[in-house]
Design a protein around this ligand. Sequence first.
Ligand code: PHE
Length: 345
Amino acid sequence: MEPQLTALLAEARAAAPALASRPEFEAFKARYSGPKGAFTAVMKTVGALPPAERPIAGKLINQFKQHFEALYADTIARLETAELTAQLGPAIDPTLPAPSPTGLLHPLTQARREVCALFRKVGFTLADGPELETEWFNFDALNTPADHPARNEQDTFYLPDSTPVGNVSRHANERFLLRSHTSTVQIRTLLREKPPLRVLAPGRTFRRDNVDATHSANFHQVEGLCVDRRVTVVDLKAAVDYLVRGLFGPGAQTRLRPSFFPFTEPSFELDFSSPDLGRLSNKWLELGGCGLVDPEVFKACNLNPDEWTGYAFGFGLERIAMVRAGIDDIRHFFQNDLRFLRQFA
Ligand code: PHE
């Protein structure tokens, strides 16, 4: 009996490596251990042996049974591994370039988030307003006289009177336009919230500029508004110093240059300079307008100008991003050239 079993096992061991699927394995197993299997057949002969020989034969059978079981277990493990490998697909070659580049934030988004993060630390909240505005919010409430040049059709995008506009609240029966600055959000905030308040309003703005390296018909500003009792130019100066140092390095300085805006008094242009700006280091660069909120603005928003004071600023986000990254042409921001955008990863 032993030579017979040895031969059977040897045959099975030789055949097992060629098995390539579970059905093949099941057929193979049946050929030896199934009801009509060769090993089963040998096993059945034990009963026919004389009682004295049975224990030895039984032991032998058990031994070979274990060998077969081990062979089945090894084979099924090999097949399972092969199945898994097939499911996982071809092996990964880590030296290949990534098939799809990971996304990254647009440089303007990065600049906006940085400005917001800085002001959030000192108690400002975010405010928002529509890009499609009305004359009252963009000009009248901001104390801009009817004959002010900014109102000119050459400077501001007006919508035709027939444009159906459903969701922008109108103060009176005025024209719709694309907001020319984010100062509209000063008004929307003052009408909605009670001072004291500190808000930051980043957003898109529009002007009828001819597009060139430093002008774009749509661009972004970040508006700041702080209203409280006894706010002075010192508070404004502290806020812009804090911003400029956060953005352009601890050595950055600011300069308030007298200017005019209808909605601030006094009004300034803010210049800054920093030793950490590469080829722009230590040059005075303009960032935008600012000033103390004009009493007329408070009146337009039903606030008492004897009680409330405030400062406001409106800075160009493109300007911030351009200075920080040494970009010399504003058009790069809007052309979606991946060779440009990928540098901001
Ligand atoms: N809105 C002004 C502009 O677009 C900037 C500004 C904002 C000035 C707030 C003063 C106060 O030029």
